[in-house]
Ligand binder design. Structure first.
Ligand SMILES: Nc1ncnc2c1ncn2[C@@H]1O[C@H](COP(=O)(O)OP(=O)(O)OP(=O)(O)O)[C@@H](O)[C@H]1O
Ligand SMILES: [Mg+2]
Length: 330
């Protein structure tokens, strides 16, 4: 196992620390073939400062959702540690897990899937309180209505059903439900990708407001770099399950060093007329995760590839303000 130092956040304390998190899946490949192993996440480390936002970006299949499921303890990490308040919950017993489950909540891409169509909005938001606290029905109701107001829903919405709401409002309901236990950390997996462009900005601005009001930290998974630039304090770029670049937002956007980050950014239209446009077109597709290339996983698509990249995996090293895994990047 390669040791990767977590990115040193400026903040002294952290609400969550991931150390070398990894997850593999055995996948059947037909009757006669041996099952193959996919390393969906491979050695991810970071520290999340209180009230800050860490964005996780990367192409489809890079392992973002797998990482999100481990961070929320929906799935135990294959290896590595996940520290909450300096307690490792990666292989904690059930009682410890229960204690920490309320501190990390998740919002999914599709609010249809996360809301029960037969449950009223109010009951859906109160459910985590019913399961995790001893609050009375009246207290639960009051907390739910308070949280509904914070996300821009009205008290009379309490008795209505999810189908009576638009996609944007449904995502507000999902956010209220995730925040009602007052978690320290919210993991959001593509929270606005399924929404109409017209309501995306509203939901993103709501998330910014909620972070300031409630002091919650976000792990924000997105493939949309425009959104990430708006939301993130720090950015971690994943490629085939690994971190290839990780650092403060401005360093990543203004001075990206990994050729993959540069390619991602060059493909994203940014509202910055000053920026000189160096368009890098990535050749080929994401390699099969069953059979990742030897050496640097990005080498078959990399415009800067040298022989060493085909032989040895580059470690994640500090270059400038960020950490970069590349033999060639300056
Ligand atoms: N439960 C599972 N069983 C088998 N393979 C899985 C499982 N979950 C994820 N994978 C594989 O792990 C890799 C990473 O998947 P993951 O869903 O984490 O990527 P992602 O970055 O979230 O992609 P997307 O942007 O499409 O949501 C993929 O190759 C995927 O097929
Ligand atoms: Mg995903």
């Amino acid at each position: 196992m390669n040791e990767i130092a977590p990115f040193e956040s400026k903040a002294a304390d952290s609400v969550m620390e991931a150390v070398n998190l990894a997850q593999s899946y055995a996948v059947a490949r037909g009757m006669f073939a041996k099952p193959a192993t996919v390393k969906a996440v491979n050695g991810i480390s970071f520290r999340l400062a209180p009230r800050s936002t860490l964005a996780i970006v990367g192409e489809s299949g890079s392992g973002k959702s797998t990482l999100a499921r481990m961070l929320t303890m929906i799935e135990r990490p294959g290896t590595g540690s996940l520290l909450l308040d300096d307690v490792d919950v990666a292989d904690a017993d059930k009682a410890t897990l229960r204690r920490y489950r309320g501190e990390v909540q998740m919002v999914f891409q599709n609010p249809y899937g996360s809301l029960n169509p037969r449950q009223t909005v109010g009951k859906a938001i109160e459910e985590p309180l019913l399961v995790n606290t001893n609050l009375s029905a009246a207290e639960r109701h009051a907390r739910a209505v308070d949280m509904m107001a914070r996300v821009g829903l009205r008290p009379e919405h309490h008795g209505r059903y999810p189908h009576m709401f638009s996609g944007g409002q449904r995502q507000r309901i999902a956010i209220a439900r995730a925040l009602v236990l007052r978690p320290k950390i919210l993991v959001l997996d593509e929270p606005v990708s399924a929404l109409d462009v017209s309501v995306r900005a509203q939901v993103l601005n709501l998330l910014v407001e909620l972070q300031q009001g409630l002091g919650v930290a976000y792990v924000f998974v997105s493939h949309d770099l425009g959104v990430v630039r708006h939301m993130a304090d720090e950015v971690l770029v994943m490629y085939l399950g690994r971190a290839v670049e990780h650092g403060p937002r401005d360093a990543i956007f203004d001075a990206p060093r990994h050729p993959y980050t540069r390619a991602l950014l060059s493909a994203t239209p940014m509202a910055d007329p000053e920026a000189k446009k160096e368009r890098i077109v990535l050749e080929g597709e994401l390699p099969s995760p069953f059979n990742p290339p030897k050496g640097c996983p990005f080498n078959p698509r990399c415009p800067l590839v040298v022989e060493r990249c085909r032989q040895e995996m580059p470690p994640l090293e500090r270059k400038g303000e960020q950490l970069v895994a590349c033999w060639v990047a300056q």
